[in-house]
Write a protein of this length. Structure first.
Length: 654
């Protein structure tokens, strides 16, 4: 972008969309981004944590069901032992096997059958219904119909039932526990329809007649859903449909709360083998008809404390998924509400924070338009308050400086007007005396040429020629200063102009005593200017610096662009004797010089200033006595596509 005054705004194309937003919009956007990112991270982490906790809760829940199942097995085992003791006491008192039916195998009893062994005779006492399921066994409301049938001795002696009897004999107390029996024993006990090779039996035993006889009572767990349903009824009495309990003998389901045991419940053979081998519970997901479940597999041990069966307690994942979804929904809603509240507070806070900044911006605009009486009025002890105070102090100093500048400008304008008048008069006088001086100089040089070397008048003529030449140089400088000829500007590289100037000034006597250090910009610094006139400017600056240094001095010349990129800056720095503070304001005055007589006309810097100003630039001088001088030349940078401009000065040649 190019402004009306020819200055380029080089940064405009690089301004991003974010930078064009207002400060309030940027603050609100930044806070919203922070709130949204934090809330999103919180929701994601919350979902992960809640999900893991819900899974842990589901695992803990089914594990609790497995532990309750172990307790139920222990309770049933103790009840069988008590039933065996009750029956043995009855037989010891002289009652017969049929009497056991009303007491030991009564309705709602955990006992399915009883075996009475007297000497070598074994009698089976059980109900007339040989069905193994307890719900069929006790479906009638009348008295229990029991039968007692002698059976072969091998049913008892050749099966683990004998081990229970041996336990009772060894301990001389009732013994009970879980055992696995074969198909032949199952048939002998009245369960011929069971097609499995093995059955899972809970048995209890007690002795009578001084240890010569034994009573064994038992419950077949195959197909007995009340046993596996007991943990569910204890823990979740009102949600039984959402849980499944299954009893496995190896990998074969023997009873379950589901209607169809075989197809409904399965267990991975590897998991079953590991549980039965290590005797440790296992928790994990499983898939059953009706959905996905969390399942806990708990080993059940026999009378030898060896794992022989697995109790599975499974809970629908949807139970805990609903809890997780409701929790996440509530948590997310709270976070969303917090986000909305944060958005509102961010907007309000941004407005409150930006208000003093807007006041400062408004004040700066008014001051920029010339209203130096404006004052920002808001009280605060924070950084913005200190900024407002600093702004007010700055405006006060600007106003004071403006008053001083006006006074100085008026004074300088008065002096300039006088100098202009004197300059015009001097230019006119110089123009009038230029021709007589030329005639005097020409005749004096002609007379000097024809005088013999030993003529006493020769010395006087040499003085006349020298002083006339000096007067001619003064008149020429004065005319050059007063005359503003046409200037034809072209795009030139300031670095190249300075390098050419150094080549020309290298022949100057004073340059042989000093060292010159160049630090030019690596990129071309193009300006629109007259290369010859610019060489004249830098020639004057370099020779002045050389004359100001005594002995072996050091001259440094640097070029670069300013921070905006719209101007080119060249600095000529020396370590000479410097300029006195009292003379610093007069260095650009015509005919002002601190050099001795015959060493300068005092017009060099004045002419240089005029050239630089005609190029749209400025010259600034910083100096201190015995510390050196720095002269800064600032010129506008050439615009893109600009190659040549012709400018005719409005000045009048005297």
């Amino acid at each position: 972008m190019v402004f009306a005054d020819g200055v380029r705004d080089l940064d405009t194309p690089r301004v991003s969309l974010f930078a064009r937003l207002s400060l309030r919009a940027r603050l609100v956007g930044a806070f919203i981004l922070l709130i949204v990112s934090s809330a999103s991270a919180t929701i994601i982490i919350g979902n992960i944590v809640f999900g893991s906790k819900v899974v842990e809760m589901g695992h803990w829940q089914v594990e609790s069901g497995g532990r309750v199942g172990e307790l139920v097995l222990g309770i049933w085992s103790d009840r069988l032992g008590q039933r065996a003791l009750m029956g043995s006491n009855m037989l010891q008192a002289g009652q017969t096997e049929p009497d056991l039916c009303a007491t030991v195998l009564e309705k709602r009893s955990v006992v399915d059958f009883a075996l009475v062994k007297r000497n070598q005779t074994v009698t089976l006492v059980r109900t007339g219904d040989a069905a193994p399921k307890i719900d069929k066994l006790f479906s009638s409301q009348g008295p229990v119909d029991c039968v007692h049938t002698p059976i072969p001795d091998f049913v008892l002696s050749a099966s683990p039932l004998q081990e229970v009897a041996d336990f009772a004999h060894e301990r001389q107390t009732p013994a009970s526990g879980l055992i696995v029996i074969g198909k032949e024993t199952l048939a002998g006990l009245g369960y011929p329809s069971l097609q499995r090779k093995q059955g899972l039996l809970l048995a209890g035993a007690a002795e009578f007649d001084g240890g010569r006889s034994v009573l064994i009572v038992g419950t077949l767990l195959d197909g007995r859903s009340d046993f596996v349903a007991a943990p569910l009824q204890s823990l979740w009495p009102h949600h039984g449909a959402e849980y499944v309990a299954t009893l496995f003998l190896g990998t074969t389901p023997v009873s379950s709360t589901q209607t169809e045991v075989e197809p409904a419940s399965t267990i991975d053979p590897g998991i079953a083998e590991r549980i039965l081998k290590d005797g440790r519970p296992n928790v994990g997901p499983t898939q059953l008809p009706g959905g996905n479940y969390y399942a806990a597999y708990t080993p059940l041990v026999d009378i030898h404390k060896k794992p022989v069966a697995v109790l599975s307690i499974a809970a629908l994942e949807s139970i805990h998924s609903d809890i997780r979804n409701r929790t996440i929904a509530l948590f997310s809603s709270l976070i969303a509400a917090g986000m909305i509240f944060g958005f509102i507070m961010t907007y309000v806070f941004a407005g409150w924070l930006i208000r003093p900044v807007k006041e400062l911006a408004e004040g700066m605009n008014k001051v920029a338009k010339g209203d130096l009486d404006y004052k920002v009025r808001f009280s605060s002890s924070d950084e913005l308050g200190r900024l407002a105070n600093a702004f007010n102090v700055m405006v006060k100093h600007v106003k004071e400086r403006d008053i001083r500048l006006r006074e100085m400008t008026e004074e300088r304008l008065s002096r300039v007007e006088k100098q202009v008048s004197i300059g015009r008069l001097a230019a006119g006088v110089a123009h009038e005396i230029n021709n007589p001086l030329t005639s005097v100089l020409s005749l004096s040089m002609l007379a000097l040429k024809h005088l013999p070397p030993n003529d006493p008048r020769r010395e006087d003529l040499e003085v006349v020629v020298e002083e006339t030449t000096r007067c001619r140089d003064i008149v020429k400088s004065l005319l050059d200063f007063a005359r503003e000829g046409p200037v034809e500007k072209r795009k030139v590289d300031l670095n190249r102009v300075i390098q050419d100037t150094l080549v020309l000034t290298s022949r100057y006597e004073g340059m042989s005593r000093i060292s010159t250090k160049l630090a030019l910009s690596p990129d071309p610094l193009d300006v629109m200017g007259d290369s010859k006139q610019l060489q004249q400017v830098f020639t004057n600056l370099i020779t002045n610096a050389a004359e100001a240094m005594v002995g072996n001095g050091a001259l440094a010349i640097t070029t670069d662009e300013d921070s905006s990129g719209s101007f080119v800056v060249a600095k000529v720095r020396d370590n000479g004797r410097g300029i006195a503070k009292s003379n610093l304001d007069r260095v650009f005055e015509p005919f002002f010089t601190t050099k001795g007589r015959g060493k300068g006309t005092g017009l060099g810097l004045s002419v240089s200033l005029g050239i630089v100003r005609r190029h749209g630039g400025t010259i600034d001088i910083e100096s201190a006595e015995n510390e050196g001088t720095t002269v800064t030349v600032t010129l506008p940078r050439a615009l893109d596509g600009q190659e040549r401009t012709g400018e005719q000065s409005q000045g009048r040649e005297p």
